[in-house]
Design a protein around this ligand. Structure first.
Ligand SMILES: [Zn+2]
Ligand SMILES: [Zn+2]
Length: 314
């Protein structure tokens, strides 16, 4: 399966500021030496050695992850503002996709904001399937689109729309399987696991990890143990996690501990704090990687920041 990250920021969209762009350019100019500029090759080499936080950005769009199990259908986890980037990419590659499967973790704004501007919703040739364990999903989405919050209501969408209230523990889409588990978060939230063949990815945004989540219960083991990768809420530093107890998010150290506990090989820290710039995000990644090294003898975990545009092949 192929996974693409289109929105990785938590709570509110976070565009790059002019100051941030100027600071990046100033820091790059400080590093450059005359020898770096002599040829196309030397310039490319110089750029390739720049830290990611200078020559790129973590991204400011809110939660949206694309998963492809087959070429002609898209599975989407959450409809944050990253949804626009996903649609832009689909158009750019001239893909004519008929069917979208959208799984919603919960209904906080940062996970829905892209929906009113998702052009596929207005196209009668598209089929859009919404999935959530919340029985009131349809009413909640209708209310979100009501005037005066948006100029047109949910009934202005022309696509063929179906709502699927998830019951039990799993559903099958083609040769893929999607399962879900409840997470601790104000008003609730669900994590999803997508499996195809021997490969699996967990999407667990808006998750406040608590002691019970580390218990090796049958349910936790079935869902989390030995997954290939997890995209996991790691919005807070350790200090913030103490200050913001019960706000519904996790620290990067808890996220690392969790991935180690369940033998998950790749951890993508997600739902980044909107107040943090790329440099701060990079320092969090460094701290999280340092933190993994304290656990000698335990299963290893590769830790990365979830970034806009990042693509995983599982
Ligand atoms: Zn959120
Ligand atoms: Zn939330």
């Amino acid at each position: 399966m192929i996974i693409k990250m289109w929105g990785v920021r938590g709570s509110s969209p976070t565009p790059l500021t002019s100051d941030a762009v100027r600071n990046k350019i100033a820091a790059v100019i400080q590093r450059v030496k005359p020898a770096d500029l002599v040829s196309q090759e030397s310039r490319e080499l110089f750029l390739s050695h720049l830290p990611e936080y200078l020559f790129g950005t973590t991204g400011g769009n809110t939660a949206c992850i694309e998963a492809r199990l087959r070429e002609d259908e898209v599975i989407v986890f959450d409809c944050g503002t990253g949804l626009r980037e996903m649609e832009r990419s689909i158009r750019k590659h001239h893909e004519h996709l008929k069917r979208y499967h959208i799984f919603l973790s919960h209904f906080h704004y940062d996970h829905l904001l892209g929906l009113p501007y998702f052009a596929a919703m207005y196209d009668p040739s598209k089929e859009i399937h919404f999935y959530s364990p919340y029985p009131k999903m349809k009413e909640i989405l209708n209310t979100f689109m009501k005037k005066p919050y948006h100029p047109v209501g949910f009934d202005s969408f022309n696509a063929k729309i179906e709502f699927h209230v998830l019951k039990g523990r799993e559903i099958f889409l083609g040769d893929g399987k999607i399962s879900w588990i409840k997470r601790s978060h104000p008003n609730g939230s669900f994590a999803y696991k997508i499996c195809q063949g021997d490969h699996s990815l967990i999407y667990s945004t808006d998750t406040e990890l608590k002691q019970k989540d580390f218990n090796r219960t049958e349910r936790n083991l079935e869902f989390f143990q030995d997954a290939d990768a997890i995209i996991l809420d790691a919005q807070y530093t350790l200090g913030e996690a103490f200050e913001k107890y019960d706000w519904g998010h996790s620290s990067y150290s808890m996220a690392v501990d969790f991935a180690i506990e369940f033998g998950i090989k790749d951890l993508y820290m997600f739902h980044h704090e909107p107040l943090y710039d790329d440099k701060k995000m990079s320092s969090i990644q460094r701290s999280a990687r340092w933190y993994t090294q304290r656990s000698k003898g335990l299963p290893e975990v590769n830790v990365s920041l979830a970034r806009e545009g990042l693509e995983l092949k599982l």
